[in-house]
Design a protein around this ligand. Structure first.
Ligand SMILES: Cc1cc2nc3c(=O)[nH]c(=O)nc-3n(C[C@H](O)[C@H](O)[C@H](O)COP(=O)(O)OP(=O)(O)OC[C@H]3O[C@@H](n4cnc5c(N)ncnc54)[C@H](O)[C@@H]3O)c2cc1C
Length: 569
């Protein structure tokens, strides 16, 4: 455990909650769904405390395929409600979070005309496993027509199109020439999930003085009407009394309930992994699109460009939430086989992997349903037997976080005897407000809001959306020097510490920036950033070294890097 006595925004939040010791609503778990619920309640003027045992969005929310999507394949499971809501939310997020959520042209290579047709209705009727198999053109066509219908209201993306082999290969020449057709449609991708989550969080904090968000604080038990919390930075414990407790701890929901004295069996998460490749040939082969397809066993695979790299995922394997999920060598072999399946001429090797990540999907318990076909929809469970009602969230994708936050908040408002005063539908998120959408609008916005930022302007606008104006104004107020090869600077890091609740080195490397994701986290960068953070957060040498070692271990063990120990003493 690491102790820090220095004053920071993160410590100030902990102090405020400790001193008060009570709130209306305690939300446990700051993944995107806990954060969304926190923002929604704060906007209603409800006192709310959000606690997260790690950093914000460091659980399942940091491990997604970065897609904001309707989930065309969930139609096969009969999940029409979920798909309709997801498509509507996707269209909504393209409008309210355009800084991070961008349209994603998606192409499915298709090898057969009819396969999957017999098994799909069977699965739809029984929700049992059946034997997954590759979906043929007919089934995909029906799915995309339904998808387009759900999308009609929003009008944010073009309708789907089908092409035969010849025209498909003209558009994507590296595809396997054995394909019969391609289907192309639009979904959306999230370029910075952790920053999007942070933006939602910041909007919640700004909406109401009684809204507090605490990272590195874990809910560990219940003592009558008090919930016992452990501050993982100082190692101390304190309590909070709340009128309603919300358990939004994702795949760990049953474990948190257990700690609170409630015996539940809601969850049955599955592990999914991804690799990030630095592979210009593969990047070029995608032509900027997501290639979305399935292996002969019916499992879904995606290959798509993100931040100049290629993201490849994912697997779907039953998982124990007490174990730390990692991307194994078998999963890497599986990904390589799949890349070869659609792009047979392109070689891939392990030294092109710059980052791996893995997480557990917070899915409901699923008995004999095959992992890939477990419901992705969410539900809300209320237990009113204890001193305060305990509300558990079961499930919930990234895509639907806004609607889910509203639904969960409605349940909480009902328990508090309060009514909704505002909706979050259509409300811009953080730096998505007034975001310039065209090249010309970007140029004008930069001229007006980031004067003198020069080469950094584009980077700041991409990282913060229109919040970049505040960041730049802050940077200009002091001496600044580049960090991490210019990806960051000393003043920008100070902004993160003062405004974005940074507590640890890993927060900066993994979540406030894409340094790790893009393969730029070497030992020199870790050392340099720890030096700068030590000054900002008052770390002594022992803490500095512990931060570097812990982050190095994390990158090696969870993200497949091979960083040796520190280069200087
Ligand atoms: C491989 C994979 C791919 C995915 N791809 C997509 C996709 O492309 N699109 C999409 O929409 N969705 C996708 N998802 C699903 C999506 O990422 C998750 O459903 C979503 O992020 C869940 O958010 P959450 O807030 O419910 O849970 P989490 O993000 O897991 O948040 C729960 C938090 O609770 C904290 N916590 C646990 N116990 C305690 C405690 N006792 N005290 C305090 N805090 C605690 C955890 O640290 C964690 O941060 C994917 C998921 C995975 C794993």
């Amino acid at each position: 455990m690491i102790d820090s006595t220095h004053s920071s925004a993160e410590r100030a939040e902990v102090r405020a909650v400790r001193e008060s010791g009570r709130t209306s609503v305690l939300v446990i778990g700051a993944g995107i769904n806990g954060i969304s619920t926190f923002r929604d309640l704060a906007l209603q003027g409800v006192d709310v405390v959000l606690v997260e045992r790690g950093d914000f969005a460091s659980g399942a929310s940091s491990a997604s395929s970065h897609m904001i999507h309707g989930g065309i394949r969930y139609l096969e499971n009969g999940e029409f409600r979920l798909v309709r809501e997801s498509v509507q939310e996707r269209n909504g997020l393209l409008k309210i979070a355009p800084h991070y959520v961008k349209p994603l042209e998606t192409t499915i290579p298709i090898y057969s005309t009819f396969s999957g047709i017999l098994s799909a209705p069977l699965r739809f009727l029984t929700h049992k496993s059946g034997k997954p198999q590759e979906r043929g053109a007919f089934l995909i066509k029906v799915g995309l027509m339904i998808y387009d219908t759900f999308s009609r209201d929003g009008g944010m993306v073009p309708r789907h199109r089908f092409l035969g082999r010849k025209r498909s290969l003209a558009e994507l020449p590296s595809l396997d020439p054995q394909i019969k057709y391609t289907a192309t449609y639009y979904d959306a991708s999230m370029h910075d999930p952790e920053r999007l989550a942070l933006d939602v969080l910041q909007d919640g904090r700004a909406a109401h003085a009684g809204a507090h968000a605490l990272n590195y604080v874990e809910a560990i038990g219940r003592d009558g009407d008090k919930v016992v919390l452990r501050d993982r930075e100082s190692g101390t414990e304190f309590t909070v009394v709340a009128d309603v407790v919300v358990n939004a701890s994702g795949p760990w929901t049953d474990l948190t309930n257990d700690a609170l004295g409630a015996d539940t069996r809601f969850m049955g998460g599955t592990k999914g992994s991804h690799i990030v490749l630095d592979h210009p040939e593969l990047l070029d082969a995608t032509r900027g699109r997501e290639i979305f397809f399935e292996h002969s066993d019916g499992r879904i695979v995606l290959i798509y460009p993100l931040k100049g790299k290629v993201l490849v995922g994912t697997t779907d394997i039953d998982a124990d939430p007490r174990e730390v999920p990692v991307c194994t060598e078998e999963e890497v072999d599986y990904f390589f086989a799949l890349i070869h399946h659609v792009f047979p001429q392109i070689d891939v090797s392990r030294d092109q992997i710059v980052y791996r990540f893995s997480g557990i999907r917070p899915l409901p318990r699923h008995e004999d349903t095959a992992p890939g076909f477990v419901s992705r929809d969410y539900r809300i469970e209320v237990d009113d037997k204890g001193a305060a009602p305990l509300v558990s969230l079961v499930g919930g994708k990234w895509t639907t976080f806004r609607a889910l936050g509203e639904s969960l908040s409605d349940v909480v408002l009902g328990l508090l005897g309060r009514t909704r005063t505002v909706s979050t539908a259509g409300v811009p998120i953080g730096g998505g407000r007034d975001f310039p959408r065209t090249t010309k609008a970007r140029r004008i916005w930069i001229q007006e809001n980031l004067p003198g930022a020069g080469d950094r302007a584009e980077k700041l606008l991409t990282r913060y959306g229109t919040r970049a104006a505040d960041v730049w104004a802050f940077i200009e107020q002091g001496d600044d020097a580049p960090l991490a090869g210019g990806d960051l600077s000393t003043r920008e890091l100070a902004w993160m510490v003062e405004n974005e609740l940074v507590a640890r080195l890993e927060d900066v490397i993994l979540r406030r920036t894409s340094i790790a994701f893009t393969g730029h986290a070497d030992i020199a960068v870790l050392d340099e950033l720890a030096d700068a953070l030590a000054q900002l957060l008052g770390w002594d040498r022992t803490r500095h070294d512990a931060e570097v070692d812990q982050t190095r271990t994390l990158l090696n063990e969870r993200h497949g890097l091979t960083l040796s120990s520190r280069t200087r003493g």
